[in-house]
Design a protein. Structure first.
Lengths: 331, 331
DNA sequence: ACGCGGCGGAACAAAAAATTGACTGTGACG
DNA sequence: CGTCACAGTCAATTTTTTGTTCCGCCGCGT
């Protein structure tokens, strides 16, 4: 278990995050292939590892915890990875991987799609389903591991995208790719609340770029799930409106209040309950945000649609165990 | 009205945004200064324009509408801008400007803060309040114009930050600076809904970086920060009074000397230390000013409240690395 | 060593804000 | 259609902030 060079640290006292670093450099040649397979299986997905050139494999990787995401910086010799149809998966691996190629060549195949990446390009694929990755020579890349629910919440049609290539040459793809690269370069210097904010932006930018690349896939309205996503997006926009009630949401979405109730009921939550939960989450996030350190608690509450400080205080304590003031001070 | 080269287009049918581009290249030398003043006043803020080197001014700018923001890409010869206290303002100019320096030198002063930028660095300032910008030679920059309400919604303490420098060398500042630069490079390719999403991210990142840079300013609560600003303004007025001591400031502000100390202590500086720094900066600015080339150094020092020339010389050397005379000769 | 002016700590009063408790309507869910 | 839980209100109570005064410390010039 401790063949590995350094240990993960979620966060030090100062709030800085420290990476888990791994390297083949200390591993005897004969064992590298097996060692690498174990590492990749443990950290990303169950795959077979082979060397396309029959040369000795080498790889260095640094994995930064990034709120719910993980950002990995990887330098590697040529390598081939393949995931077979029936590999079992750990729940913790139920994620999409967004890969940003820094140098070298990278070919990714999944579900009959083939993505050939140039340095700077990005690709998204589902780590839990069969895929093949082929890199004929030395290369380096970043990998952003995005838990499935997180991604699904922002992009309804995500299940339909396999090995989706996003050009890093221009437009939103370039911005997103650049952003992830900046994060990779500066990952040592982030405090934990910063990582968390940046992770949010990263997911958002990647999905935005994906949507731009493949508008067709995502507009196909599938069913209730798509509607739900739409409604949630609407709610998100209106959160700060104190006069937000089921009727208003119904009007703005063109659905009947009853149907809305049913939609959310299927998720085990009522519509208004969802709204309140989101509002509380926004407040909590503002309270934790140093940018808002000077703002009065009641102001934050009011800003997110609460009409009454005392009510807010109670609701908050109910959800987070401690009152808003306590929450702000000792996270 | 149509002295200008191309027209703004909010959005074409395809959703692409097109920049408004302006250039001095077609303007006769004699009219450039006036033309540039008009352009800057129309697009950004009412300022005076001068050439620090008495050379002919030249400037190219492209302004991209970016949802509620505007992103400008600017290349310019050396230039000095100054906004006076009582300039009237258009409502449309009620914005903060985030400037990202691409190349050259840039010195920005506002409310007693001085920001000296390296390429890659960022700074935020309030376009509606007095400020001075000094660029001794050719430079290029991006400007992100952020409407005040937009910024205020995300950052409680925004009113307090004047000429806030954000290092682009590392951490969140680097990510934010990079992001804005990416946006600038790809601004031609964005569809309007993309611009709008990116604008959101840009504001968020800039504020996040700002918060990281100056936690002290933001950890102050609103009212305390407001009194601090008030005190600083008072100090600014009295700088040249040699009999300015904590007691005098206390009397004039109606606060106790002790409280004043605590106020400045929160910013990591003591009251008199601040006064000194400001006096030195005023002296430095006078020393660099060709109009005062004839004034004796001691005269300048006395004028800004120093009582003793030798004391001044020592303090100056401590802050600026060289003595006042050397400073005046070669910057 | 001595006095002076500025600096920052502790104790404290007043004011403002946050939290709690008791009580009331209304919508959610069976 | 009844029950129940929970959003909202008002007043009482507790905690935090805002400033104050008093005091000792330190660096500086003599």
């Amino acid at each position: 278990m401790d063949t590995f060079s350094s240990r993960p640290e979620s966060a030090t006292a100062k709030g800085k995050t420290r990476p888990l670093t791994l390297s083949t450099s200390e591993i005897p040649y004969a064992e590298r292939s097996e060692w690498l397979r174990e590492v990749i299986c443990r950290e990303y997905a169950n795959v077979d590892v082979t060397s396309p050139t029959r040369q000795v494999l080498s790889q260095d990787l640094a994995i930064y915890p990034f709120d719910n995401l993980r950002l990995s910086v990887i330098r590697s010799s040529g390598i081939s990875l393949r995931r077979q149809p029936f590999e079992p998966s750990l729940a913790s691996h139920d994620a999409y991987l967004a890969v940003v190629l820094l140098s070298g060549d990278y070919v990714l195949e999944q579900d009959g799609n083939e993505a050939v990446l140039q340095p700077g390009d990005m690709a998204i694929y589902d780590a839990t389903r069969p895929h093949r990755i082929h890199c004929p020579r030395d290369f380096s890349k970043l990998i952003l591991s995005i838990p499935r629910p997180l991604l699904r919440a922002r992009m309804a049609g995500i299940e339909r995208c396999a090995a989706l290539r996003i050009s890093g040459a221009e437009g939103v793809g370039a911005v997103a790719s650049n952003f992830v690269r900046s994060c990779g370069q500066n990952a040592d210097a982030f405090a934990s609340h910063e990582s968390s904010a940046l992770a949010d932006h990263a997911v958002d930018l990647v999905t935005l770029a994906a949507a731009t690349t493949r508008p067709a896939v995502f507009s196909l309205s599938d069913s209730r799930a798509a509607t739900l996503v739409r409604v949630k997006a609407l709610v998100e926009k209106c959160l700060s409106d104190p006069a937000l009630d089921p009727a208003a949401i119904a009007r703005r979405t063109g659905l009947s209040p009853r149907y809305l109730g049913a939609l959310f009921g299927a998720e085990g939550m009522s519509l208004m309950r969802y709204v309140w939960r989101r509002r509380l989450e926004r407040c909590a996030s503002d309270l934790a945000d140093p940018r808002r350190a000077g703002a009065r608690i009641a102001e934050i509450a009011f800003h997110w649609g609460f009409g009454d400080a005392s009510h807010f205080s109670r609701a908050f304590k109910q959800r987070y165990g401690r009152g808003p003031a306590a929450f702000r001070r000792g996270l």
